[in-house]
Design a protein around this ligand. Structure first.
Ligand code: HQG
Length: 185
C-alpha cells in the first residue's frame, strides 16, 4: 500500500478504535461510523483527502483486514483492537488447542506474574501462529512469544472470540496458561 494510504489507514485505526473525536464523529454501540460523516470529518479535521473510492481501496487492501463496511455500505468499523467501549459482534467459538501472544521481553516478568491483561484495549489479542506473534511483539521492542494453552482455558470455561479478520480475543489469560516459547529450530 502506498505510503499516504498507510498514513490514512493509521488515522482510520485511531478514529475507529480509540478516538472518534479526532475526525469529529461518534461510533454507535456496535462500533459503526457513518461513512459520509467519516469522510467529511477526515477532510475537515486533517490534511488527508479522503473519498469513497479511496476508503474502499484502503478497506480492500488493508494487510490485516482491519475494517469492514456494513452490508449496505453506509457504515464502517474496525473489526478488532478497540479501546472505546463498543460491542462488535463476533463469533464465540472453541479456540484452536494453542494460541500465541507476541510481546516485548521487558513485559515478561509482569505478564508471568499477573497474566495477560487487555491493558488499554477491550480484549487480549492472540495470534494463530508464531510468525504473526513475533511481528506483533516487534511493535513493542525485542520480541518474546508466549504460548497460550487455549485448550485448557476453554475446558476451564474461558470464552474466546474470533474477529472477522481471524484475530483471537479473550478477556484475560491467567499465568498458569502461559509458557514462554523458545525457538528450538
Ligand atoms: C502487554 C495490533 C505487562 C501485551 C496487533 C502488549 C494485535 C502486559 C501490551 C493488536 C500485561 C499491550 C493488539 C501485563 C499484557 N503486564 N504488560 N500483565 N498484559 N501486556 O498494542 O496485543 O496492527 O494493546 O503483551 O497486531 O500488542 O493495530 O496489544 O505488549 O493484533 O491492527 O501490553 O494490535 O494490530 O499492547 O496488539 P497492545 P497487542 P494492529
Amino acid at each position: 500500500m502506498a505510503q499516504d494510504l498507510t498514513k490514512i489507514s493509521k488515522f482510520l485505526a485511531l478514529v475507529l478504535r480509540h478516538e472518534p473525536s479526532a475526525a469529529g464523529i461518534t461510533l454507535d454501540p456496535h462500533g459503526w461510523a457513518d461513512v459520509d460523516a467519516l469522510i467529511r470529518g477526515t477532510n475537515a479535521h486533517t490534511k488527508h483527502r479522503l473519498d469513497r473510492d479511496l476508503l474502499a481501496q484502503i478497506v480492500r487492501e488493508d494487510n490485516k483486514q482491519r475494517y469492514q463496511f456494513s452490508e449496505d455500505g453506509t457504515k464502517i468499523r474496525a473489526v478488532q483492537g478497540h479501546s472505546v467501549p463498543v460491542e462488535v459482534e463476533m463469533e464465540t467459538l472453541p479456540p484452536p488447542p494453542v494460541l500465541w501472544h507476541g510481546t516485548a521481553t521487558r513485559f515478561l516478568d509482569s505478564i508471568l506474574a499477573e497474566g495477560l491483561k487487555p491493558m488499554s484495549r477491550l480484549y487480549v489479542h492472540l495470534s494463530k501462529d508464531v510468525p504473526t506473534a513475533v511481528k506483533v511483539g516487534q511493535r513493542h521492542g525485542r520480541p518474546a512469544v508466549l504460548r497460550v494453552d487455549s485448550e485448557r482455558m476453554a475446558q476451564d470455561g474461558f470464552v474466546f472470540h474470533r474477529a472477522a479478520n481471524g484475530v483471537w480475543l479473550t478477556e484475560t489469560v491467567p499465568p498458569q496458561y502461559l509458557t514462554v516459547w523458545q525457538d528450538e529450530t
